[in-house]
Design a protein around this ligand. Structure first.
Ligand SMILES: Nc1ncnc2c1ncn2[C@@H]1O[C@H](COP(=O)(O)OP(=O)(O)OP(=O)(O)O)[C@@H](O)[C@H]1O
Ligand SMILES: [Mg+2]
Length: 261
């Protein structure tokens, strides 16, 4: 049974992508851990940037963007292409971009008086993105040790009262095979899947909310567009089945579709 007024009682964090808030029935749960998983180029970093920049610009929630990528300039440039000026946001104390390694981040999170912990408190940081959590696989080949690392990171950000978005890579461009994010999928509260779908000779992006603890979330697979102002979500794919296989087939004729909307 659905509790009346649920959306008013639960403390949601707006994702910065209104269509995704609708899919999640309000947004991410405050102080929860979210996994965004997808193949290269599906939009994981864009979704993370949009979450952090909208928090800093629209919702008065300072953010921390942690990246393990080697070329810092690229992140500033990519964000700039959507109109988000990360340097100005940093200067205004609304954002901190952290270029680091998995080892350093882990050590800082495990130390209560680290520079990171100071910065989080000083900036009153409410949102964090870790791009990408797949890099923690470099620290150990033992799946139990890796799960322990993820548990420790998720716990550290929750204790700081932050809503955390972790990206993870799938190496298969199309198809049902999904990388096991080494236990991360079991530890997070929400999973958002980004996929490529081949339809009539073209590649489209798709988004699906796979797991949302405590919510009657959207089960539809929707089209995802990335444009000059960021990411936005469109209608569900109509008239196709087998979308998650990457090569869907028509489940209903075009004429029937037009007749029944
Ligand atoms: N300014 C822009 N306007 C339109 N589309 C853009 C723009 N910037 C990026 N894109 C699209 O977004 C895609 C990259 O998205 P993004 O970097 O978020 O993916 P990703 O999942 O993080 O990839 P990776 O796994 O390589 O890190 C590009 O391939 C491009 O198609
Ligand atoms: Mg990326």
């Amino acid at each position: 049974m659905r509790v009346e007024g649920w959306e008013k009682v639960v403390n949601f964090v707006k994702t910065g992508t209104s269509g995704l808030d609708d899919m999640l029935r309000g947004g991410f749960l405050r102080e929860s851990a979210v996994l965004v998983q997808g193949a290269p180029g599906t939009g994981k970093t864009t979704l993370g940037l949009q979450f952090i920049c909208s928090g800093a610009i629209q919702f008065g929630e300072p953010g921390l963007f942690i990246t393990f990528e080697e070329f810092p300039q690229q992140l500033y440039r990519d964000a700039g292409s959507f109109g988000w000026d990360l340097r100005s946001l940093e200067q205004a104390g609304k954002l901190r971009v952290m270029f680091t390694s998995p080892e350093t981040l882990l050590a800082e999170l495990e130390s209560p008086d680290s520079q990171l912990s100071d910065d989080i408190k000083r900036l009153r940081t409410k949102r964090v993105v870790v791009d990408s959590a797949s890099h923690f696989k470099e620290l150990t080949s033992d799946p139990i040790a890796l799960r322990h690392i993820f548990r420790s990171i998720i716990g550290a950000f929750k204790r700081e009262g932050m809503t955390a978005l972790y990206t993870a890579e799938d190496y298969h461009l199309l198809g049902l095979r999904q990388e096991e994010a080494h236990g991360l999928a079991f530890l997070v509260d929400t999973i958002v899947l980004l996929r490529y779908v081949e339809i009539e000779g073209g590649m489209r992006r798709a988004i699906l909310t796979l797991k949302v603890r405590g919510s009657d979330h959207d089960k539809d697979i929707r089209q995802l567009e990335i444009g000059p102002r960021g990411m936005h979500i469109q209608s569900r794919f109509k008239g196709h089945a087998g979308l998650l296989s990457g090569s869907p087939y028509r489940s209903i004729s075009q004429r029937a579709l037009e007749a029944f909307g």
